[in-house]
Every structure is written in C-alpha cells, then in structure tokens.
Design a binder for this molecule. Structure first.
Ligand code: 6MZ
Length: 357
C-alpha cells in the first residue's frame, strides 16, 4: 500500500454507510476487555487472543467471532465505551457523515433491554469529544461545546435485526427505532448469518418500518440464495449491502431497480464471499454507473478503515484521484438524511476539493 496515496484517501472527506458497531471495535479494546474477563475466569484469555488475531476467516467463522465479541462487550458501560471509540475512530479518518448500525440486545441477566442497550449507545455518542457531533434529524441536538471551532461530523443510527430473531423480536426493534427517531435513528438493517432465518420471518417488521417512513437497508446476496435475493429486490429497500452472489436474472433486476449498493471490498475478500478482488462486482456496477458506496462493514474484525477501502479500490481498479473524489462525494446521494444535511455535506466537499487540488 502506497503511503502517500493512503494519506490522500484519509484527507478526502468520506461518507460511511455500512459499519456494524461491534465489528468496528479496536483490537486493543477487545484485548483489554478479554484480559479483564480472563482474570475473572469468565473466559480463557489465550483462546480469545488466538481468535481475534486470526487473519482470514470464512463467513461462518466470522459469526462465531461476533458471538465472542458480544461476550466481551456485553454490559452497558462497555457499549458506551465502544460507541465513543468507534465514532472517534471514524472521525479521525475524516468521515463527515456516519451511519452506524447495531443490533439492540436484550440480556435479562444484567438488566439490559433493547432500549437500555440503545441508551448506552447514545451515551457513548454524547461522550465523543474529538469532534462536534450532529445526531438529531431536527438538527437540534449536538454535543457542541460553546465557541467550539472543531470539526463537525454527522452521525445517524440504523437498528439491525439479527437473522436469528423472531418476527416479534424484529417488530420490537422497529418500534424502538420509531421511538428513537428524535435521537438520530433513521432506519433498519437486516443482518446476521445469511444462512440462518427466513425472509418471511422479517418481512412483517420490515414492511411496518417502511410504512412508518423508516429507511431500510438489507444484507442481500452474501450467499447464493436466489429466491431470497429476488424477494428482497421486490421489497424495494432503500439500499442493500454486499450483493455478492447474484445470478444473471437478479443482477438485471437490481440494475433496473437502481437500488444503491454498499460495497465492502475487504470484508468480501476476507470472508471468501468473492474469491479475488479482480473479479469483484464493483467494476461491473461502477462501469454501469449503478449507485454504489464504498464501506468498511467491520473495520475491527477485518483490520481495515474507510481510507484503506478507497485506497484498495483505487489500486485494484485503476481509479485516479478525480474518480476517487467523485466516488466519495456521490455517496451523499444515498444517505438516509434530509436535503439540508446533503447540502451541508456538498459544501464540505466543495471546500475540500479546493484544498486537495
Ligand atoms: C451479516 C453482519 C456482518 O450489531 O452487534 N454483521 N451480518 N454479514 C456481515 N458480513 C461480514 N458483519 C456484521 O454488530 C455485529 C453484528 O453485525 C452483523 C452480525 O449480526 C453481527 O453479530 P452489532 O453492533
């Protein structure tokens, strides 16, 4: 990786639309948490260390790792801590608009409800001190300190439904999202192990969410389940993530529906969902001018960053600085926020282009 090119990618303002909170935790934090639980005898530290340090994982192994991460990050104060750290890490990367997604978790043994989990997330957001954060769609709530001239970042939340959940549990998440709209929750994501669960289980909750005006993004086509992919496109979500294993018919459908795709290059390669970067569908979509946005997915788990994803796209597909800047800027069109936010972000990019040239 060329250092100068990577630094350029860092300096470009960026929009991150597909980042899972628990997948974006720093390794150093995971180790620290594992050590504490190791000392308490809850886990064996060396086992955890081996799992976290493993470089390549199949998609199946990744979900085992998430179960482990969830053990490490289980209590309210840790959820608050990782939220603060993850937002500050994205801010340091020059991400100017972040849609962070997370699965609200209920854990009766520690008195955690989906709402209290999300309250812990919100507390982490409010604790961010490295940048000013705008997190309310009404633009009323920021953590701005008086007279601050710090950088500003927009943060919005998507609540994830895990494919292991029941229709009722999915519905509870949607209701929570509606309850938390004023706090920056803008939509719903469907994620989790793609070989678990059925589309029909989640559909009622997703339909309800859409009717109520929440934005929807779906993990779609991480495995070649063509029937599900077709049903998902027919549902017409506002965006989809991945789109790796589409047959020709679904590929055609996706393109004519013009549903924006969140592309996660490193994640797809590391999980072997795509066998090699040279044949990644980014190229086909990019050439077809299909709406797409580069994202990290799980920057902690896959040891990446949004700048690295841009750098990887540039070096793998031969895109120059002008194309890369346009790619970063065009992502504004696909965010789940209002026109005022979009206009503000466009102004940020306009300023940035002057400095970068
Ligand atoms: C599908 C994924 C994912 O929600 O606990 N998640 N779901 N495909 C992927 N591609 C590799 N990466 C992450 O963050 C972790 C959760 O996000 C989903 C999984 O459900 C995982 O448990 P939160 O903050």
């Amino acid at each position: 990786m060329n250092r100068e090119e990577l630094e350029w990618c860092v300096s470009v303002p960026k929009v991150e639309l597909h980042a899972h909170l628990n997948g974006s935790v720093r390794n150093s934090t995971l180790f620290e948490l594992a050590r504490v639980l190791g000392d308490k005898g809850v886990i064996v530290f060396s086992d955890v260390e081996n799992v976290i340090m493993k470089d390549d994982r199949t998609l199946h192994e990744v979900f085992k790792l998430f179960d482990l991460i969830h053990i490490l990050t289980t209590d309210h104060s840790t959820v608050t801590r990782i939220t603060k750290e993850v937002i500050e890490d994205f801010a340091a990367e020059n991400v100017v608009y972040l849609e962070l997604r997370t699965t609200p978790k209920r854990n009766d043994s520690i008195g955690m409800s989906k709402r209290s989990y999300m309250d812990a997330v919100m507390e982490g957001l409010r604790a961010v001190s490295s940048v000013d954060v705008d997190y309310s769609p009404a633009g009323l709530k920021t953590n701005t300190f008086n007279g601050s001239t710090r950088k500003k970042m927009y943060v919005r939340f998507l609540l994830s439904i895990d494919r292991r959940e029941s229709t009722e549990a999915a519905m509870e998440t949607v209701k929570l999202a509606l309850e938390m709209r004023d706090l920056g929750v803008v939509g719903i994501d469907l994620s989790g192990n793609p070989i678990v669960g059925n589309w029909s289980t989640f559909l009622p909750a997703l339909k309800f969410a859409k009717e109520k005006g929440l934005y929807i993004t779906l993990h779609c086509g991480e495995v070649p389940n063509q029937e599900e992919i077709k049903a998902m496109i027919d549902f017409f979500p506002h965006r989809i993530g991945h789109a790796c294993c589409f047959d020709e018919e679904n590929w055609r459908k996706l393109k004519s529906a013009k549903i924006p795709v969140e592309i996660c290059l490193t994640s797809n390669i590391r999980t072997e969902t795509i066998s090699s970067i040279d044949i990644h569908h980014f190229v086909d979509l990019y050439k077809a001018k299909h709406p797409l946005v580069l994202c990290t997915d799980d920057s902690g788990v896959f040891s990446t960053s949004l700048s690295r994803e841009y750098n990887l796209a540039s070096s793998s597909f031969g895109l120059g600085k002008t194309e890369m800047f346009q790619l970063a800027e065009i992502a504004i069109n696909f965010i789940f926020a209002d026109d005022g936010v979009k206009a503000d972000l466009r102004a940020t990019f306009k300023e940035a282009v002057k400095k970068l040239n």
